[in-house]
Design a protein around this ligand. Structure first.
Ligand SMILES: [Zn+2]
Ligand SMILES: [Zn+2]
Length: 160
């Protein structure tokens, strides 16, 4: 069970991967203060699973060349074609493509829907006591795993 969010794709694709969201101070750029990529031009949909550690998987938008199957290379040893591969690189990406194909949902709507879903879950978990408790003004917030340095061990040999 994970959630969807937008991250800066320039940062995400850099090696090592940088997880940067929309900057809170300046909504036009990513939160990587040394790079400051224009966020809306670079954002990509990412599915995040928080368990023992945090796993991110990018979801590329559906396009006419998409193959509705998971890439065999990616599941074994990583796909060399990366984003240019037309096969899904995760089950979640495949699911999103199917959903987009069937319903025409946009990535924006997927993120919104995911947020709503988690909001509902949180409300169910912290069931308020039936007493007169002053409402807490805790808007937003939540664990901000900003510099989550989570990498798949990539053993790259650049034989130049
Ligand atoms: Zn960035
Ligand atoms: Zn592939």
């Amino acid at each position: 069970m994970g959630m969807f969010m937008f991250l800066c794709e320039e940062c995400y694709d850099s090696k090592p991967r940088i997880i940067s969201k929309r900057s809170k101070e300046n909504l036009a750029v990513c939160s990587n203060l040394t790079a400051r990529h224009p966020f809306d031009d670079n954002k990509c949909l990412v599915h995040v699973v928080r368990s023992a550690n945090v796993r991110y998987s990018k979801v590329r938008p559906l396009h006419p060349l998409c193959q509705f199957d998971v890439c065999r290379h990616e599941v074994r040893y990583g796909c060399q074609r990366e984003d240019s591969c037309s096969f899904a690189h995760s089950v979640i990406e495949l699911k999103c493509w199917v959903l987009q194909q069937d319903t025409g949902i946009t990535h924006e709507e997927i993120v919104q829907e995911s947020k709503r879903h988690w909001h509902r879950l949180e409300q169910n978990v912290q069931r308020p006591k039936p007493m007169h408790v002053p409402p807490l003004n805790n808007m937003g917030g939540g664990g901000d795993g900003a510099a989550a340095a989570e990498e798949e061990e990539e053993e790259e040999k650049s034989g130049a």
